[in-house]
Design a protein around this ligand. Sequence first.
Ligand SMILES: [Zn+2]
Ligand SMILES: [Zn+2]
Ligand SMILES: [Zn+2]
Ligand SMILES: [Zn+2]
Length: 110
Amino acid sequence: MAVYKHFCIHCAKLIPGDANVCPYCGAEDPFNLRCPRCRGPIEEGYKACPSCGLELVARCPSCAKDVPAYLRACPHCAASMLGTCSNRRCGNKQLYTMAVCTKCKSKVVI
Ligand SMILES: [Zn+2]
Ligand SMILES: [Zn+2]
Ligand SMILES: [Zn+2]
Ligand SMILES: [Zn+2]
């Protein structure tokens, strides 16, 4: 039986509908929008997370346009929107505007 494919909401590539992680962009939960900080459910067009209040619009570090915070790359110039946790043992990748790592609370650097 064929496995139906769906579009990853992060990179818009077709991936198996039962994937937990997108094989192209590595996003967890490729079919649902999640707050980058608390992982609570959010919807397209939200300006703030209803669970934790995080601002869901981030400025692209490359072209300075406003980008929805749940995207991993800028749709205007394709620059990465991800920063890396400065704790080498963590190294968690997340939205670069996050003040502290969502996992270990270390500083996030671009
Ligand atoms: Zn993807
Ligand atoms: Zn949140
Ligand atoms: Zn950009
Ligand atoms: Zn970390």
